[in-house]
Design a binder for this molecule. Structure first.
Ligand code: KG4
Ligand code: ZN
Length: 339
């Protein structure tokens, strides 16, 4: 079974072809980072316009790389939420038009379920019950997955997502966008014990996350020490590297300790860590060490499938199509779709 996946929920226009639910045939991602960079974050109106221009060539490229004709596609999977409404609608309308023209079935996929499926390509089969942590720019959510397709949210961020905190701190320090990869690189040369930030505390002891207090603490530190943001073309100072390392250390310790607590309670057979922040090697190492302590295997997507892509949408959609699920042409987008 060949499935074409389409993803346009935020600022990546992506298309992919997946065979038999887990074999990646082709994956094309067109990132709009350059368009949004100078605004320090995604501008929704610009994002939809870019998707509109890119969607057709990106789908064509994915099909070309897969070396399959449109008549060989058995179904189409498209992200229907959560995400930016204008962005979602571009992918959805294109996918519906294509499904109608080809006479092929279409299914809608929740973007978060997509991220969970991003691990199917490069890991052994997921054993259930599983515990999935999605850490991205828009989400820091943990789901208990007793069986495929069934999700119970067990932890979420109370305020900012982890990736959002990386992006905001990077902006504060004049480091550019997206902040995650830049902070990770600088942190490698910094001392994580240089600045003592406390771990976020949740007063009611629920296993939730919170990153806005840490962001405020970084901003207060910058103000009080008079640390200057990095100017364009300037090499970041050791003080900036130390701050990056200290910030990242708290983010990772918070993600790992909460995941460890929930994992110890739920005893999953597999741990999944996905989403843009899962690109971070320091996070991968800390999560792997924790999983080893608990004796649970941890699966990460390969790094190019950690950030938004359509392969994960095609994989999640393939399972639905194989189970006979079909959406009508009245399929709609939902910006705050829940899993
Ligand atoms: O999954 P994704 O592409 O989009 C959303 O669904 O949000 O994640 C993007 C987020 C951004 O906030 C970015 O700063 C973060 O993932 N990110 C990282 C790294 N690479 C990307 N965060 C930490 N370390 C990284 N290496
Ligand atoms: Zn995402």
């Amino acid at each position: 079974m060949l499935v074409l996946g389409i993803e346009t929920s935020c600022d990546e226009t992506a298309a992919a072809v997946v065979r038999d639910c887990k074999e990646l045939v082709s994956s094309v991602i067109s990132s709009q980072t350059d368009v949004h960079k100078r605004f320090g974050g995604v501008v929704p109106e610009l994002a939809s316009r870019e998707h509109l221009e890119r969607i057709e060539p990106i789908v064509e490229e994915a099909m070309g790389r897969a070396q399959v004709g449109f008549d060989e596609i058995d179904g189409i999977a498209v992200t229907v939420g959560p995400g930016l409404i204008g962005s979602l609608l571009v992918g959805l309308c294109y996918a519906k038009g294509l499904a109608y023209a080809l006479g092929r079935p279409i299914v809608g996929v929740n973007h978060l379920e997509g991220h969970i499926y991003s691990v199917v390509f490069d890991n052994p089969p997921v054993e259930h019950p599983a515990l999935a942590l999605i850490v991205s720019g828009g989400h820091t959510h943990m789901f208990y997955v007793p069986r495929p397709g069934q999700y119970k949210i067990v932890a979420r961020t109370r305020d900012d997502a982890a990736g959002e905190a990386y992006d905001k701190v990077a902006k504060m320090l004049g480091l550019g966008y997206p902040g995650g990869p830049i902070i990770e690189r600088l942190a490698r040369e910094g001392d994580p014990r240089a600045v003592r930030f406390s771990l976020p505390k949740i007063s009611d002891r629920r296993p939730d996350f919170s990153f806005s207090g840490l962001k405020t603490a970084v901003s207060k530190y910058v103000r009080e020490t008079g640390l200057q943001p990095v100017k364009e073309g300037e090499t970041p100072s050791q003080a900036i590297k130390d701050l990056a390392a200290s910030f990242q250390d708290v983010v990772i310790r918070s993600l790992v300790s909460t995941t460890e607590r929930v994992a110890a309670e739920h005893q999953p057979k597999t741990l999944i860590v996905a989403g843009g922040v899962a690109c971070n090697m320091a996070l991968r190492e800390a999560m792997s060490a924790m999983a080893e302590r608990l004796g649970i295997p941890v699966y990460f997507p390969s790094r190019h499938l950690s950030t938004d892509n359509a392969a994960m949408i095609a994989a999640a959609g393939s399972v639905k199509l194989a189970a006979g699920e079909r959406a009508g042409l009245d399929l709609n987008a939902d910006v705050s779709l829940r899993l």
